[in-house]
Write a protein that binds this ligand. Structure first.
Ligand code: VG1
Ligand code: CO
Length: 562
C-alpha cells in the first residue's frame, strides 16, 4: 500500500469574468492565469463539467513547453487528485504536443485530457497561456461541453485540491498514493514515443527515407519555431528518416519560443522562407507552438496554401499506406477554407462537408466514419488517425506522396491546378484591434446580410465589377447529432464565384482580431499560375468598402497576409 493517505481540501474562491473557452480553449495572458485561483477556477470548472464520471477517470496532461506550463500541470495533478480522478497520464516535464495528446487519449482509452497551450500565440511571462480540454475521442470539447464549463466558472465558490502529492514531473515512472482511501496514480510517460510509433504505422518510412535520407534526391528543411514539435521532429526526421542534423532547426523547445510568434505562415516563419529561397532545399515545413499547424513549402520557397494542401492530399491519399488499409471516406473543410477540396471530392465521389471554424466541428464526422481527411485554411490539416490537426503528420503525408509519385512540390501543385482549376485564396488578419469598433463592424455586416436589397448590389474596384449574388451569416447543423452553431462568419458571394468572409477571431487573449478571407475560382489555363495577391486585390478592395474596415479599425494595412 502506498505510504500516505492524503486528504482533500476544499478551498473557497470567487468567480472570474470571461473564462469562456473560445475557438480552441481558454487563452489569456500569463499574468491573468497567474492571478490567485484563476487557473484553479478554470480547472475545477472543467472537472465539474465532466460530471460524476470524473470519479475514477483517467485523464491525460500535456503542454507545448511554454512559460507557466509546469505550474499549471502541477495544479492539475493536485486538483485531479482532489476530484477523485484515478489516474493521470502526464508527458515528462508536463510536455506533449497537441496531436500527441490526442493520440495518447485514444491509445490508452483515457476519458479526456488537458492541453496546456495557447497554440500559435506567443509565450513568455508577458505573453499568452491557455488551457484546452479534449474528450475521450481525443478531440476538442464541443460547444455543449464548453458551455457547461463556462456556466460553472460563473457560479464557482470553491475548488478541491490535495495540496501535497509526491511525484516527479521530470522522471518517467508511476507515482501512487492514497487519497481518502482511494488510489491515485500519476504516470509520467515519454511524450514522443507513442506518437512516433503511430507515424510509423501510418507511413512507409523506408520510402520517405529514400527521398530525404542522406544521399537522397531531396534536401529538407524543417523548422519547429521552438515549439512542441521539436523533439518529435528530431526523432522522426533525423533518427528515423536519416536526414542530416542541420535539416531540422529551432527544435529546442523554449518557454517564450525565442520571442517569436510560433505561427507557421509566411510572416512569422520568414526565416524558413528566406533559407528556402537562397538554397536548394526541395521541401520545407514549419509548425506552430503546440504542433498542430503546418506550412508546406517547395523548392525556392514555393508556397502551398493550406487550402490547396488539403485538396492535393485528398487527391493523393492512396499513396499513403494507412489509407490503403482504411479506404478513403469523405472529406471536410472549415467554411472559410477555399472549395479546392470540394472539386477533388466531386471527382472521386466522396462526401464533402463545410463546417464552422475550429477542429471541434470535425469530431463527430470523424467519429462516425464519414470523413478521413479534414483541414482549415489556418494551416491545419489532419485525418482520422487522431482528433486534432497534426503538423508533423501533414509534412510526412506530403513527403510520402512526393516519394511515391517522384515529383516536386511545385510540379504536383501545378498539375493539380491544370486538372481542377485553381481556387485563389488569401486571408487578411488585423490583430490586436480595439473590440468595440470591430463589434460595430460585425453588427453592420449583419445588417448588410439582413437587408434584402444587398443582393444584386454592384461594386467596382481596380477595373473589376462584382455583383452580390447571396449573403448570410454562416450557420451549421451537425449531421451526426443535429446540434446547431450559428453566426459563424459573414459570407458575401458574388456572381463570378468570388467570395468574402468576415469573422472575429476566437483565439486572441485580449482585444479583437478581424479576419477577412477572400477567394475566387479560375479555370482559364492562362491565368491559373498568376499571383494570388494580384488576382484577389480587386475583391479585397470591395471587402474593405463594404465593411468600412479601415475607417472603423483605424488600420490601413493588415498585420498578416496569408
Ligand atoms: C484560429 C483559426 C482556426 C483554428 C484555431 C485554433 O481560430 O482560424 O481555424 O482552428 O485558430 O488553432 P480563430 O477563432 O482565431 O480564427 V490553434 O493551432 O491556435 O489551436
Ligand atoms: Co496550434
Amino acid at each position: 500500500m502506498p505510504a500516505h493517505n492524503r486528504s482533500v481540501v476544499l478551498l473557497p474562491t470567487q468567480p472570474f469574468d470571461g473564462q469562456k473557452p473560445g475557438t480552441s480553449g481558454l487563452r489569456k495572458t500569463v499574468k491573468v492565469f497567474q492571478q490567485k485561483n484563476y487557473t484553479q477556477n478554470f480547472v475545477q470548472s472543467i472537472l465539474a463539467s465532466i460530471g460524476p464520471s470524473v470519479e475514477g477517470s483517467t485523464l491525460v496532461v500535456g503542454g507545448d513547453g511554454r512559460f507557466f506550463m509546469r505550474e499549471a500541470a502541477d495544479i492539475i495533478v493536485k486538483m485531479a487528485a482532489g476530484n477523485r480522478v484515478s489516474r493521470l497520464i502526464v508527458g515528462q516535464g508536463g510536455f506533449m504536443s497537441t496531436p500527441a495528446v490526442s493520440h495518447v487519449i485514444r491509445k490508452y482509452k483515457a476519458d479526456g485530457g488537458f492541453i496546456l497551450t495557447a497554440s500559435h500565440n506567443p509565450g513568455g511571462p508577458d505573453a499568452d497561456f491557455g488551457i484546452k480540454f479534449n474528450m475521450n475521442n481525443g478531440g476538442p470539447a464541443q460547444d455543449s461541453q464548453t458551455n457547461l464549463m463556462f456556466q460553472h466558472t460563473k457560479t464557482i465558490t470553491s475548488y478541491k485540491i490535495v495540496p501535497e502529492i509526491d511525484y516527479d514531473l521530470d522522471t518517467i515512472g508511476e507515482y501512487s498514493c492514497t487519497v481518502e482511501g482511494r488510489q491515485f496514480t500519476v504516470q509520467i510517460i515519454d511524450p514522443v514515443k507513442d506518437y512516433v510509433e503511430l507515424m510509423k504505422q501510418i507511413f512507409d518510412f523506408k520510402q520517405i527515407k529514400s527521398l530525404v535520407g542522406a544521399g537522397g534526391p531531396f534536401k529538407v528543411l524543417i523548422n519547429s519555431l521552438h515549439g512542441a514539435t521539436g523533439p518529435y521532429v528530431e526523432k522522426i526526421f533525423i533518427d528515423e528518416l536519416g536526414c542530416p542534423a542541420d535539416s531540422c532547426v529551432k527544435t529546442n523547445v523554449l518557454p517564450d519560443f525565442g520571442g517569436g510568434h510560433p505561427d507557421p505562415n509566411l510572416t512569422y516563419a520568414a526565416d524558413l522562407v528566406e533559407a528556402m529561397r537562397s538554397s536548394d532545399y526541395g521541401f520545407g515545413a514549419a509548425f506552430d507552438g503546440d504542433g498542430d499547424r503546418n506550412m508546406i513549402l517547395g523548392e525556392k520557397a514555393f508556397f502551398v496554401t493550406p487550402c490547396d494542401s488539403l485538396a492535393v492530399l485528398a487527391n493523393n491519399l492512396d499513396h499513403i499506406p494507412y489509407f490503403k488499409k482504411t479506404g478513403v471516406k469523405g472529406v471536410a473543410r472549415s467554411m472559410p477554407t477555399s472549395a479546392a477540396v470540394d472539386r477533388v471530392a466531386a471527382k472521386k465521389g466522396l462526401e464533402c462537408f463545410d463546417t464552422p471554424t475550429g477542429w471541434k466541428y470535425f469530431g463527430n464526422l470523424l467519429d462516425a466514419g464519414r470523413i478521413s481527411l479534414c483541414g482549415e485554411e489556418s494551416f491545419g490539416t489532419g485525418s482520422d488517425h487522431v482528433r486534432e490537426k497534426d503538423g508533423v503528420w501533414a509534412a510526412l503525408a506530403w513527403l510520402q506522396i512526393l516519394a511515391s509519385k517522384k515529383c516536386t512540390v511545385e510540379s504536383l501543385l501545378k498539375e493539380h491546378w491544370k486538372e481542377f482549376g485553381r481556387n485563389f485564396f488569401t486571408r487578411y488578419d488585423y490583430e490586436g484591434c480595439e473590440s468595440e469598433p470591430c463589434e460595430l463592424m460585425m453588427k453592420n455586416l449583419q445588417d448588410y446580410v439582413d437587408d434584402a436589397s444587398s443582393v444584386g448590389k454592384e461594386y467596382s474596384a481596380l477595373g473589376k465589377t462584382y455583383k452580390v449574388s447571396a449573403c448570410d451569416n454562416f450557420s451549421y447543423t451537425d449531421p451526426i447529432d443535429g446540434s446547431v452553431a450559428t453566426k459563424q462568419g459573414i459570407r458575401i458571394m458574388f456572381s463570378d464565384g468570388s467570395r468574402l468572409v468576415f469573422r472575429l477571431s476566437g483565439t486572441g487573449s485580449s482585444g479583437a482580431t478581424v479576419r477577412l478571407y477572400v477567394d475566387s475560382y479560375e479555370n482559364d489555363g492562362s491565368k491559373i499560375f498568376g499571383s494570388a495577391q494580384e488576382m484577389l486585390a480587386p475583391c479585397v478592395q470591395v471587402g474593405l468598402e463594404i465593411s468600412q474596415l479601415t475607417k472603423l479599425t483605424g488600420r490601413d494595412a493588415p498585420t498578416v497576409i496569408t
